[in-house]
Design a protein around this ligand. Structure first.
Ligand code: HEC
Ligand code: HEC
Ligand code: HEC
Ligand code: HEC
Length: 209
């Protein structure tokens, strides 16, 4: 045996190890790529106190409440809706009056004849109403990224789940004439509403990303 043999054995072992790792581990690591999840309004409070506080007072935050019997009675009456009906049981209404309806970590879909699990009930509470992430995208991966990268780039947070904050496409699917309370000639302007206090109070960003 010459003195290089142990090294050769080590190198060969490492090479075989590397081949095994790429062949056996790649598919699983791809399957386990973390998916962005919806985390709810409270998760934003610590860093966006002002937006959080003012948002909670808006109609957007109460848009799920408005589906309940007796609530928003005038608007319902004027639109020919049944004031006593519980529209929180109507998926057609929930798709716009909740956050991420039917998505894997959003407001759970209603399925005929199936009760929600405990986990789904908790999720329903978290995502009732048109909340932060309905407009800004799921934040489970964005928040840790922002904590680590004070000088984060917008393109990176978009890759991690944030909707390009914020474009008309993030609003248009809900702001179309589909709600029974909307007038026939309903129109929506992103440019006119994007800085409105009806969303939340706005604060100028400290820096460009
Ligand atoms: C750990 C702190 C932290 C948390 C938690 C956090 N953010 Fe942020 N976010 C920031 C910082 C820092 C900025 C940049 C602020 C600035 O430039 O003035 C920012 C900016 C933003 C912006 C502006 C767009 C941009 O350029 O990024 C939006 C929208 C936003 N956050 C949404 C949210 C939402 C929604 C949540 C909760 C789901 C949330 N953030 C939670 C730290 C946080
Ligand atoms: C998930 C669906 C959904 C998305 C996405 C959405 N909205 Fe809405 N929006 C609603 C609903 C539902 C209401 C009505 C709330 C209520 O009064 O019950 C509403 C109401 C509003 C109002 C009126 C609030 C008031 O006080 O009268 C404004 C302004 C608004 N949205 C702007 C936007 C903008 C800007 C975006 C995109 C950045 C957006 N919305 C995205 C569903 C949505
Ligand atoms: C395509 C999305 C969409 C669907 C579907 C939808 N809504 Fe809405 N709803 C909205 C938006 C957006 C507004 C706010 C409109 C405005 O600015 O006047 C709204 C407003 C309302 C309001 C007024 C709340 C208030 O501020 O007092 C009520 C009540 C309401 N919707 C009930 C319903 C019911 C009941 C259904 C199902 C039968 C339904 N909506 C389906 C998007 C939707
Ligand atoms: C209905 C849609 C909508 C909801 C709900 C919403 N936002 Fe926003 N948000 C916007 C829009 C539109 C802008 C302005 C984007 C732009 O500058 O073009 C904005 C801007 C921001 C900014 C940038 C700084 C500022 O104040 O303008 C932050 C931070 C932010 N939102 C956080 C939040 C948080 C936290 C919540 C929930 C507590 C929330 N947003 C709920 C639509 C929304």
């Amino acid at each position: 045996m010459n003195r290089w043999t142990p090294l050769a054995v080590l190198v060969t072992t490492l090479a075989i190890g590397a081949v095994l790792m790429t062949t056996t581990e790649l598919p699983t690591s791809q399957a386990e790529d973390p998916k962005p999840e919806y985390v709810g309004v409270k998760a934003c409070k610590a860093c966006h106190f002002k937006q959080h506080k003012t948002f909670l007072k808006t109609k957007l935050a109460k848009s799920y409440e408005h589906l309940k019997p007796g609530v928003s009675a005038e608007r319902k009456k004027a639109s020919g809706l049944d004031v006593d009906k519980d529209y929180t049981k109507d998926p057609k209404c929930l798709k716009c009056h909740t956050t991420a309806y039917g998505e894997h970590s959003g407001f759970p879909a209603l399925v005929e004849g199936k009760e929600w699990t405990k986990e789904e009930k908790a999720r329903a509470e978290l995502h009732a109403g048109v909340n932060c992430e309905a407009c800004h995208g799921p934040h489970s991966l964005v928040i840790p990224h922002k904590k680590k990268h004070k000088d984060y780039k917008r393109a990176d947070i978009v890759k991690l789940g944030a909707f390009a904050p914020t474009k008309p496409e993030n609003c248009d699917h809900c702001h179309v004439k589909e709600c029974p309370t909307m007038p026939e000639d309903y129109t929506f302007s992103f440019e006119e509403t994007k800085m409105s206090d009806k969303l939340h109070a706005h604060k100028k960003l400290k820096k460009e990303h």
